[in-house]
Design a protein around this ligand. Structure first.
Ligand code: AKG
Length: 281
């Protein structure tokens, strides 16, 4: 079950998003399989609530408006391949993204000790980046063999989470943050397919700071002995961008953020997720 999103409001952000989209950059390969369409969007229809006064005046009109198309249009770019379904947009203007990056640098407490490690084939390694997990009270998320508990939402994380909800109609109860100090920090190929994740919900990936390459590789096209020739899908995730990874993307496609030695500045990525409620402590 997926929650209904809260009531939405139109803000000046819409205009800023349209302007910001002019700066959109994407790798050659993915350009071929993408389209930009302001009307076509990943949004569910969500309930738009009217004021009590309006309800009293015209209950029928209220009924009609209950299921309105979500009123926060951004120019989405559709990214599709066999079993891959993503939507990409610039969610924040440069000015907003700069401010949010600064606030995140001040607020976020990154994991140390066990929670800053990863288990691969039974061996424990330090992760080549910093990580933090925040969310609703009592939620846990176990990945790469390590259990991560949610810290309580900070004001900035709530602000970003709510902007994603206003734009997509989806609600999220957990966020994983990855901080890459420079292009040496990276994340290897993996899928976000843990059992704790709600299978119908997209994962919303918001990026701030240095633009980085992000690569999807089909599960049947990995390694030398791969059974199929399927081209990888390469994107560049910009400052202030939102990438919505819709099901079944994480079933069929691995993703990674490879080393890029020329990148000298930091980047913070937030992946908003829906953890199933049974995953509480
Ligand atoms: O930093 C990124 O864009 C990727 C993060 C990621 O792959 C993840 O959180 O699963």
């Amino acid at each position: 079950m997926t929650e209904k999103a809260p009531p939405c409001r139109l803000t000046g952000l819409v205009l800023q998003q349209l302007t910001a989209m002019d700066n959109f950059v994407m790798g050659e390969q993915s350009k071929r399989s993408c389209s930009t369409d302001v009307r076509r969007s990943p949004r569910k229809k969500i309930k738009v609530e009217k004021s009590e006064r309006m309800k009293e005046e015209d209950p029928e009109e209220e009924e009609d408006a209950v299921l309105a198309e979500f009123a926060h249009p951004v120019p989405w770019r559709k990214i599709e391949a066999d079993g891959l379904d993503c939507d990409y947009a610039l969610l924040f203007s440069k000015q907003e993204a700069d401010q949010l990056f600064k606030q995140l640098e001040e607020e976020v407490v990154y994991s140390t000790g066990e929670a800053a490690k990863v288990q691969v084939f039974g061996k424990v390694h330090d992760i080549p980046r910093k990580q933090a997990t925040y969310g609703d009270e009592g939620l846990n998320y176990t990945y790469s063999g390590v259990k991560h508990s949610a810290r309580p939402w900070t004001p900035t994380l709530e602000q970003i989470r709510d902007a994603v909800t206003r734009t997509t109609g989806w609600t999220f109860n957990f966020v994983l943050l990855n901080r890459y100090k420079d292009g040496q920090d990276h994340i290897g190929e993996h899928r976000d397919d843990e059992r704790e994740l709600d299978p119908v919900s997209p994962i919303a990936s918001v990026s701030f700071g240095a633009a980085r390459d992000f690569i999807f590789r089909h599960r049947d096209a990995r390694g030398k002995q791969s059974s199929q020739q399927i081209e990888p899908v390469k994107l560049e995730l910009a400052h202030g961008s939102l990438l919505l990874m819709n099901p079944p993307t994480n079933t069929f496609w691995y993703h990674s953020l490879p080393v890029r030695k020329k990148v000298l500045s930091p980047r913070i990525n937030l992946t908003f997720r829906r953890i199933l409620q049974g995953s509480k402590k």
